[in-house]
Design a protein around this ligand. Structure first.
Ligand code: MN
Length: 342
């Protein structure tokens, strides 16, 4: 137990959440995508770049009770393939009765990808799903036309929660479709020199995830051992890395927690080196050609779509169903002036 607490403290310190480390700069948010992440009135400007290592700094915030580092969207980099949102959450302590505590809230036009390195979280949604997710497992919720969910304490788990909450923008073909929920307790692994990849979605190094995908993309959690590794990439994809724990040299450039390393497109191999063990999230995909508009928990195409979704959530419209949760529903913040994506 003492050892575990020590390990958790070390992990927290390595991830940068020490007392002297970065403090949340923004108060508790009522929902994910805020103006501070990427002003919605600005034209979407995620130009695809050729192979590069472009570092952007994540924004520190609180979501529910959890400190997060928001790697996407940022003003400088809004999407990587169809990945349009990436929060690195924790490590932070939870108890049996006090967890992420994110009350019922709606989504449209996106898939939520929940991945934990440590801990347990209870997911509930308006489809009637009630699923505890544990470290090493994947929850994939497809919003389509509309869904609502909550993320809660499990009633039995006490300890650290550490992981990632990611969104994938759905293409026009599926974004008006029905909502769905998948839980994958087992995921395929890809063994590389000094690295083991767990494939969350898509294919990597010969291993393919069973998770649904609506476009060409990949998401892999890679455990790096000390030494060098070379990862096979798809040159038609653009990629980025988010370091969840430890440090890595990416094409010779140091990257750590709180940073997103955008890698561009056109690579068939990525060279990494770690002095100690590290945990890295690789996100990639074919550049997402449809201009998207993101606000609060909605991914849409026009300001009218966003306004309609906000109005319908406020009025408890059946579009988003009902979540059987003890937590209060999240309230929609005041709608800013939104301009169509450029
Ligand atoms: Mn959500």
């Amino acid at each position: 137990m003492l050892l575990q607490a020590g390990a958790a403290r070390n992990r927290a310190a390595r991830a940068g959440w020490t007392a002297a480390g970065p403090r949340p700069t923004v108060g508790r948010m009522s929902g994910p995508v805020a103006t501070a992440d990427a002003p919605p009135a600005e034209p979407r400007a995620s130009a695809v770049a050729p192979a590069c290592v472009e570092i952007t700094t994540s924004r520190v915030a609180d979501v529910g009770r959890m400190p997060v580092r928001r790697a996407l969207p940022r003003r400088e980099r809004r999407t990587v393939g169809p990945w349009c949102f990436a929060d690195h959450m924790g490590p932070a302590p939870v108890t049996e009765t006090s967890g992420l505590d994110i009350g019922p809230h709606p989504h449209t036009g996106l898939q939520t990808v929940t991945w934990l390195l440590a801990g347990e979280v209870l997911h509930r949604d308006s489809l009637g799903s009630e699923q505890v997710i544990r470290a090493g497992q994947l929850n994939l919720m497809t919003a389509g036309h509309g869904v609502a969910h909550s993320e809660e304490a499990t009633g039995h788990y006490r300890g650290q929660v550490h992981g990632a909450q990611l969104w994938v923008a759905q293409p026009e073909r599926t974004r008006h479709g029905p909502a769905a929920f998948e839980h994958h307790p087992e995921l395929p692994r890809a063994e590389l020199d000094n690295a083991v990849g767990t494939v969350l979605v898509g294919s990597f190094a010969g291993a393919t995830s069973p998770a649904r995908r609506d476009s060409e993309l990949v998401g892999v959690d890679v455990a790096l051992r000390p030494g060098r590794s070379a990862w096979p990439l798809d040159p038609t994809f653009e990629y980025a890395l988010v370091i969840l724990d430890g440090q890595a040299l990416v094409q010779g450039q140091p990257v750590g927690p709180g940073q997103l390393a955008y890698l561009g497109r056109g690579r068939d191999q990525l060279d990494l080196e770690a002095a100690e063990e590290a945990q890295v999230l690789l996100l990639g995909g074919e550049p997402f050609e449809e201009p998207i508009l993101m606000w609060w928990n909605f991914v849409a195409r026009t300001p009218e779509e966003i306004a309609a979704a906000a109005r319908q959530w406020r009025s408890a419209d059946p579009r988003f169903g009902r979540v059987d949760s003890p937590l209060p529903r999240l309230r929609v913040p005041p709608l800013p002036r939104l301009r169509p994506p450029g």
